[in-house]
Design a protein around this ligand. Sequence first.
Ligand code: FA5
Length: 332
Amino acid sequence: MIEAEPLLASLSADLAAVTTPTEVAAVRARYLGAEGSITRLGKRDFSTMSKDERRAFGSGFNELKTRADTVLKEAAARAEASKQAAGPAFDLTLPGADRRQGAIHPILSTQIEVEEIFRSMGFEVFAGDEAVSEYENFDALNIPGDHPARDMQDTFWLENGMVLRTHTSSMQNRAMRALGVPLRAIFPGRCYRNEALDLTHENTFYQLEGLMVGEDVSVAHLIAVMRDLLAAVFRKEIQVRMRPGFFPFVEPGFELDFRTTLNGVERWVELMPCGMVHPAVLRNAGVDPDRYSGFAFGLGLTRLAMLKYGAPDVRLFNSGDLRFNEQFRATL
Ligand code: FA5
């Protein structure tokens, strides 16, 4: 016959010694698992038993299994309840997990800030492409194939004859055709030149072009817009001066400098080339130069970010060096 009571007593003693659901499950495996001590009792040779003995054994065995299962289920429920009562398994005194949070790159935050300033002056933002036709980058801007000005910008040519734009001026023709005149628009974006790299020259950099075309647009408008821009960026009145500068797509052309303190010394700093849009450029975009005039400027956005944040080397911006980038977490 089955000796149920000693087995059940041993099971109760084992359960009294454990507390967690995992430990209760291990006890269950020892008694009711495939190789458990109760399960093994059922794997005996029934051929030597009479029919009555088999029946008695069967009911005793089933009762033992049911009682063992009940005790184990109760123990499992108790263990689960006390685990939940103990609360989550973490130590409040440990330092928190370091969640790395992204941030806006300083060039982009400068771009967003400048875009807002121009929007407030009625300019719209016109997005462009980085791969453009040779016509858009050069010919439309009054720079034909044999013009020496092409040498000023060492250009990356694509196999299909297009170019990686060397300046955002490449958007002028497209913008005038798409938006019509009069227009006030800016085109921010990435430009590429095969440059010798130094503190202020990268092969990949950002410009922000501005174009205003209308009847009676003059140099006075250009200067006023530049003053407002600088005052908004640097949050104080900024003195500007214009020097003559040559670009085939403006006439007259200027270099615009502004007065600031760099490394403790007050001086003029070159900020951007600009000028009145050349009549040929207007004509190439289907605009009548006898009726319309306009100004354009090519702000070096990367250089502006350098000035704004006091970055000593332009190459830091694209370096991917987190020691540099992480200083700008809170720039917006
Ligand atoms: C131009 O690109 C003209 N398209 C600007 C222009 C627009 C003139 C409209 C007249 C009318 P420039 O090559 O000087 O000009 O570049 C303009 C600005 O882009 C520079 O002042 C500088 O701030 C920035 N820049 C040019 N090359 C680089 C470079 N390699 N790395 C970083 N910034 C650059």
